[in-house]
Design a protein around this ligand. Structure first.
Ligand code: AMP
Ligand code: ZN
Length: 467
């Protein structure tokens, strides 16, 4: 597998630290709102990477964090008159729902910043002891110039940065380039006790700490959106490597932006769609497919036209798979053994599988991998029929399912519930509610939701619709 490494700015052959294992950390969301589809890009991309590496036989230890203490969370909690924890817990729950809808696998560990404060204090203490950090009036700063290699990831020169006018010069700092590791408590904000007084951590320290705690001081891959290269990842390297004296991460992977009208989609610009909004208009896997249809290092411009195109392309795959299932399930085919022609076609299908793998091996070129899937769809559509042998159709079907599955695309569609079945379940739910068995009632509602049926309780009774 060749991976483009932001650190070396080259595609490099991936060699894990420990054979057969991958230690991977992906920076997660700040949980103060529903995520937008730009935030979904790294989640989907690095999930596809993980799935492919698992398919290759690696054991992937995948850690991603929740930033659950931050100015934006605090601001929202003040606006709503609730605690910061209430805000973050609510959006962690919503984030998980979005990830499930997009078929993003649950991380091996998913730590929250607020539960790792002790580790952060320890790392800050060790940085102070080693002369890489200092305290001023309850604030601890990282002494950026103490880390000689600062700038090695973003290829920025510290002197140029310092000359840049956009960096605010704070009175307290010894140097304008120094960044905050710990800040003192402000009234009404969440805070923790520390050797420097009550306060809360800066943003960068959490990832250094969680990565070391759950994966060790040296990891294989660190990933996130390209906006994180500077300063976040640059600062993480400075913290982690100064603390451990070891190389923090061997490969740095960054996805390009999801844009809208060629501008980065972002909360602050207001030019965003939430995953929730889009999933009300399209089946969630259309959004996943849309993201995978482009190479992760190319900017991707979001538009309704492209989503429609993604929907149509995905439908072509699903229709083909559905047709193969129809042939297989209806006893239309006989076990007659493969014909010579079918054997040749199987070789063609295997070659397409190889082509797919070669694309994935080339820095996760999911767009080309999907092109290979389409060639296989074409092969299936032209050659699988009621006259084919069962062995042949099964082979093509399983290959198609596998190639989609590696990308996290569910090509096998659950059978749709019939109207009568839905109504029966709704009746059962009403009966459960009457008996005050709310757990059962909720279970039935969730079961229906999973099959794409949305219930609406109205004064006139229960109404339902298909998603
Ligand atoms: P945030 O919650 O802003 O820290 O973002 C969570 C993740 O989404 C990070 O990896 C960001 O780099 C990534 N991200 C944010 N906006 C975009 C965008 N428009 N396109 C692609 N990735 C993004
Ligand atoms: Zn991070």
């Amino acid at each position: 597998m060749r991976i483009y490494n932001t650190l070396t700015q080259k595609k490099e052959e991936f060699v894990p630290i420990e054979e057969g294992k991958i230690k991977m950390y992906v920076c997660g969301p700040t949980v103060y709102n529903y995520i937008h589809i730009g935030n979904a890009r790294p989640a989907i991309i690095f999930d596809a990477f993980r799935r492919y590496m698992e398919y290759k036989g690696y054991e992937v230890n995948y850690v991603t964090n929740f930033t659950d203490v931050d100015d934006k969370i605090i601001k929202k909690s003040i606006e709503e008159g609730v605690s910061a924890t209430e805000v973050s817990q609510r959006y962690i729950k919503e984030f998980r729902k979005d990830m499930e809808a997009l078929n993003v696998k649950e991380a091996t560990r998913h730590p929250k910043a607020t539960e790792e404060i002790d580790g952060m204090i320890q790392m800050i203490e060790s940085l102070i002891a080693k002369g890489h950090a200092y305290e001023k009036n309850g604030t601890v700063y990282y002494k950026t110039r103490s880390f000689e290699e600062y700038g090695k990831l973003s290829k920025k020169n510290i002197d140029d940065l310092e000359a840049g006018s956009r960096i605010a010069v704070s009175e307290e700092k010894e140097d304008p380039m120094d960044f905050v590791l710990w800040k003192p408590k402000k009234e009404g904000e969440p805070s923790w006790e520390s050797p420097w007084g009550d306060g809360r951590p800066g943003w960068h320290i959490e990832c250094s700490v969680m990565s070391a705690k759950y994966l060790g001081e040296e990891i294989d891959i660190h990933a996130g959106g390209e906006d994180l290269i500077f300063p976040h990842h640059e600062n993480e390297i400075a913290q982690s490597e100064a603390a451990s004296g070891k190389q923090f991460a061997r490969y740095w992977m960054h996805n390009a932006f999801l844009n809208i009208d060629n501008k980065k989609m972002s909360k602050s610009e207001g030019n965003f769609f939430t995953v929730r909004e889009i999933c009300e208009q399209y089946p969630p896997q259309v959004l996943r497919f849309f993201m995978l249809n482009a190479h992760y290092r190319s900017p991707l411009n979001f538009s309704k036209e492209l989503m429609e195109a993604a929907k149509n392309s995905l439908t072509r795959i699903l229709t083909s798979v559905g047709q193969l299932e129809f042939l297989l399930n209806n006893d239309a085919l006989k076990h007659t053994g493969l014909t010579a022609e079918e054997e040749a076609l199987i070789k063609e299908a295997d070659a397409l599988h190889e082509k797919y793998k070669a694309s994935m091996e080339d820095d996760l070129n999911t767009a080309d991998a999907i092109a290979a899937i389409f060639e296989l769809v074409k092969l299936a559509n032209t050659n699988c029929s009621g006259d084919s042998s069962k062995e042949f159709v099964e082979y093509i079907y399983e290959k198609l399912i596998l190639l989609c599955d590696i990308l996290g695309i569910k090509a096998h569609q659950e059978e749709e519930l019939l109207d009568t079945e839905i109504e029966k379940l709704i009746e059962e739910r009403q009966a459960a509610r009457k008996n005050r068995d709310f757990a059962k009632a909720d279970e039935i509602r969730d079961q229906l939701l999973e099959k794409g049926i949305i219930l609406e309780d109205t004064r006139e009774g229960v109404r339902w619709k298909r998603k």
